[in-house]
Design a protein around this ligand. Structure first.
Ligand code: GLV
Ligand code: MN
Ligand code: MN
Ligand code: MN
Length: 404
């Protein structure tokens, strides 16, 4: 087991010295370095790397499939897929994403050390733009691969500097792999836990049951930019007021429903201390246990923001940017892995590529305990011992799925 050794190789990449968090946006220099590291790790293990034309990388232990159907119309032996993502949110933690990729390579080492002889290929994946931190749509790579997003729409998504996804990728994305369900028999993503359920359960590793439905909505509030010193209070059409009220409404409506609502991103025009803003754009991230609760929550926030906009003399436009339905992981697979590992089963409010792939493949997730329970923040954590336990658990799972 070389967890710390391997972990230290990537620890400095994209780390912001001031915050201690990571700036690993998809297809920018730090993430490209991690992709090079991924290729080098695959190379060290004699695992050929294939790309899917969407920015996702796959390292193969076992015959890489060229995707050409055999005479019976199927591609070769379906592989067991594992891995996660290498990108981060702004000033994100070290573990969200890379832990799943590092653990996957180490699980391959572990299996090989025990002389395991898989009857199915084992494939380590790194999915592109999982966080949606650069182009706005989370799980962009897995959504392209499964056909959940149109390649032309994905191609035209732009980052804050106006660079399109197609330009960052160097090509129009290839889109769905029609042979996906033949190529892969199952997907298992290992991920740091993003809450404290495993701390409470006293367990280093857990198995996911479900992902709450969630989505992102862009609220654009337009008023009248004007002078802070000369515009009488009664004469203002200030979108910042509508914004402030919207944030409070989102918090209240979420609490009322046992749901989660967050406004974590805002852009102000012209963003000057001495000007009433002309436009405030903010993004609502909303999540709930059921699709009905999520819909009610977003409708309630929208209605309250619209009512407030009327009072403030501002204009409101709400645009849905991404939606992820409720994901219930394959019950048979989840139970099998929970039994195998004697691990607790828990739901999560966080989105993952596993949630997207679950629509097409038997999919499961393993979580590794996070003592702080904090994620999407530099305070995210996991002990080396728990990470090692995660690797052992993943190796057992891969053995169960690929060697029998
Ligand atoms: C991704 O990590 C998300 O759930 O926002
Ligand atoms: Mn993640
Ligand atoms: Mn994340
Ligand atoms: Mn995620």
């Amino acid at each position: 087991m070389r967890f710390r050794e391997l972990w230290d190789e990537i620890a400095p990449v994209g780390r912001d010295a001031d915050s201690g968090g990571y700036l690993r946006y998809a297809l920018t220099a730090p993430e490209l370095r991690l992709r090079e590291w991924f290729r080098a790790q695959a190379d060290l293990r004699g695992m050929p790397v294939s790309e899917d034309g969407n920015g996702n990388l796959f390292a193969w232990w076992g015959e890489p499939d060229n995707g050409d159907p055999n005479t019976d119309g199927r591609v070769g032996t379906a592989a067991v897929l594992t891995g996660s993502h290498l990108d981060s949110v702004p000033h994100g933690g070290a573990y969200d994403g890379p832990l799943g990729v590092v653990s996957a390579f180490l699980a391959v080492d572990e299996l090989r050390a025990t002389g395991a002889d898989p009857v199915r290929p084992v494939v380590v994946a790194a999915f592109v733009e999982e966080e949606g931190a650069r182009f706005g749509v989370p799980c962009l790579g897995s959504r392209l691969l499964t056909g959940e997003i149109d390649p032309d729409r994905a191609a035209g998504l732009r980052d804050a500097a106006g660079v399109s996804f197609a330009d960052a990728l160097g090509a129009r994305p290839a889109g769905a792999d029609p042979a996906l369900a033949d190529r892969f028999a199952a997907f298992v993503e290992l991920h740091v836990e993003q809450g404290r359920a495993l701390v409470d359960a006293g367990a280093p590793v857990g198995v996911a049951s479900a992902i709450w439905p969630h989505g992102r909505w862009r609220f654009e509030l337009r008023g009248e930019g004007n002078h802070a010193g000369t515009t009488r209070m009664a004469d203002r059409r200030d979108p910042m007021l509508t914004f402030a009220f919207t944030v409070l409404a989102a918090n209240k409506e979420a609490r009322l429903r046992g749901a989660h609502a967050t406004v974590g991103r805002v852009a102000v025009e012209p963003n000057a201390t001495n000007a009433v803003p002309s436009t405030v754009t903010c993004w609502l991230d909303a999540r709930a246990a059921t699709p009905e609760t999520l819909r009610e929550l977003v409708e309630a926030v929208h209605a309250k923001a619209a009512e407030r906009a009327r009072r403030d003399g501002t204009e409101l436009t709400v645009t849905p940017e991404s939606a992820t339905p409720l994901v219930t992981f394959d019950g048979g697979l989840t139970d099998r892995l929970a039994d195998l590992l004697a691990a607790p089963v828990l739901p999560t409010g966080a989105g993952h590529d596993a949630g997207v792939l679950a629509a097409r493949l038997p999919t499961a997730m393993l979580f590794v305990r996070n003592p702080t329970g904090v994620s999407h923040s530099p305070a995210e954590s996991a002990t080396d011992d728990d990470c090692a336990a995660g690797v052992v658990a993943l190796a057992r799972v891969l053995e169960e799925l690929a060697c029998r």
